[in-house]
Design a protein around this ligand. Structure first.
Ligand code: HEM
Length: 477
């Protein structure tokens, strides 16, 4: 703001948006066969899209309305770009299976800049595959076992403070991920600086792409530089052998110290520590909060779940073997659909079935988006989709099994996408499941709770979470 005043900044932003819109209109002509409406000049249908976000039903109403008019594939202009939305399991297969490199991930320019060029989320093809392999290993079920006590202790400590006061579940369910990735002292200056930088980085993601002092994007990039400087000094301390911890960073440093082919460079390490933090923090916190909310609204489910946890109390390390808990988690991810759509970019021209037998040609470079919320509310797969009914996921499951292979047998393929599918499927899902399971265990074994507000609004952010952070009051059992 020091260089440009606010009015100049706004004028500049409007001019940029206008130019982008004009450019988009020409590519819209190339896809004139795909039905849909581009809405108002410059803003397109962004306002209706964003206002649908805060509905309890989220973008489902936006999608349903357009699917009724245009079919399973339609185009629109939202959030500064021409966007094709697709729904249905056939579209999911094309967009998620990674077959023939039809699509690549589609991040906003701001997200790409903040996460860096070697992040899992900004790489494709072989480079992405290699990163997945290296980063995925410390997130496997076996590797996570050594973090059990840490996660457990943190859940107990957090829940100790709950009785007799107003608790905002979304704030308190803050995930343990930062400490697992790079252990910092739980309190103190380093921890506070890290958290503060992370907050600024998170809020710069969906900002305007203006790299000018005073803008959210500029602040995000600065915070990223500060966070990377902290990581640089931690990495060099570890490399000198002056500091040894049992966290994720240590595993990666140790594992890749020798073998050149399998070694992560320092920038790959930093980009991906930040990526895991960004991708794992809000999603896990939101998942836990929705679960607590759905349990509060469904007392029968809560009692059945409590029975499972009381039964296992003395052998908590068996958390992997809790069939009903896993069904409740799946149903939570289905009903809440924390990431309501997955965004991709067409890496080549391809065609897809649209309305009836009509095939649509999608041009290379188009933003193609899978509408997951409609897939999760398809009554042909999930009868009475608004009902919270964990037993619909009735499969025998343990943490050691491949849940998705089993679910695909019982449910139709690509009908449950809580953690995605294919080469970009969530690498943090075992960690998320473990964290949620341990937290819910202590919550159910110790407390009853009731909500303090009756408000179903949702935050207008990419990750869906209750707007009021779900305030409750808890009492000992
Ligand atoms: C309840 C919690 C979580 C949910 C619901 C969730 C959901 C998802 C989904 C749906 C995707 C695929 C998106 C797409 O295909 O476009 C994804 C990808 C991803 N998730 Fe998660 N996630 C959760 C927790 C975590 C955690 C704890 C971490 C980190 C430790 C994490 C890291 C990632 C990363 C890095 C990707 C991108 C993978 C790639 O592009 O190869 N997630 N997540």
């Amino acid at each position: 703001m020091a260089i440009f005043g606010a009015p100049a900044l706004v004028a500049f932003a409007v001019a940029c948006a206008g130019l982008i819109w004009l450019r988009s209109r020409s590519s819209s002509k190339e896809m004139r066969d795909i039905p849909g409406t581009m809405g108002w000049p410059v803003i397109g249908e962004t306002f209706s899209f964003i206002s649908a976000f805060s509905n309890p039903a989220g973008i489902l109403s936006f999608m349903r309305d357009r699917q009724k008019r245009f079919g399973k594939v339609f185009k629109t202009y939202v959030l500064g770009r021409i966007t094709v939305f697709m729904t249905g399991r056939e579209a999911a297969k094309i967009l998620l299976s990674g077959k023939d490199g039809v699509v690549s991930l589609n991040l906003f320019y701001t997200g790409k800049q903040v996460l860096g060029p070697t992040s899992l989320l900004t790489t494709n093809g072989e480079e992405h595959k290699k990163l997945r392999r290296l980063i995925g290993e410390p997130l496997s079920i076996d590797a996570l076992k050594k973090h059990f006590d840490f996660i457990n202790e943190l859940a107990v400590q957090t829940l100790d403070t709950w009785p007799g006061r107003k608790v905002l579940v979304l704030e308190e369910a803050s995930s343990v991920i930062a400490n697992m990735l790079v252990s910092l002292e739980p309190e103190g200056e380093e921890q506070e600086k890290f958290r503060a930088n992370f907050k600024v980085i998170s809020s710069s993601f969906a900002s305007l792409p203006l790299k000018v002092p005073g803008t959210a994007f500029h602040r995000g990039l600065k915070a990223r530089n500060r966070m990377y400087a902290m990581l640089d000094s931690v990495i060099s301390r570890r490399r000198d052998g002056g500091e040894v911890r049992s966290d994720f960073l240590q595993t990666l440093l140790r594992k890749h110290a020798g073998d050149e082919a399998d070694k992560l460079t320092d920038s790959q390490l930093k980009d991906n520590i930040l990526t895991l933090l960004v991708a794992g923090h809000d999603t896990t916190t939101a998942g836990l909060t929705w679960l607590v909310k759905f349990l509060g609204e469904n007392p029968d489910v809560m009692e059945k779940l409590r029975d499972e946890h009381l039964e296992i109390k003395e052998r908590l390390k068996d958390v992997g073997n809790m069939p009903y808990t896993n069904k409740v988690m799946n149903e939570t991810l289905r009903r809440a659909t924390i990431l309501p759509w997955f965004s991709r970019k067409a890496a080549q021209d391809f065609s897809i079935d649209g309305h009836g037998w009509t095939g649509y040609d999608v041009k290379k470079g188009t933003s193609v988006n899978l509408d997951v919320v409609s897939i999760h509310h398809d009554p042909a797969v999930f009868a009475d989709p608004e009902r919270f009914h964990p037993d619909r996921f009735d499969v025998t499951w343990s943490m050691a099994d491949d849940i998705f292979a089993l679910l695909q047998e019982t449910l139709k393929p690509y009908s449950f996408l809580g953690f995605g599918s294919g080469p970009r499927m969530c690498p943090g899902m075992n960690l998320a499941r473990l964290e949620i399971c341990i937290f819910v265990h202590h919550l159910l074994c110790r407390y009853r709770w009731k909500p303090l507000e009756d408000d179903d609004s949702v935050q207008p952010t990419l990750v869906r979470m209750p707007k009021n952070k779900y305030p409750i009051i808890a009492t000992e059992l």
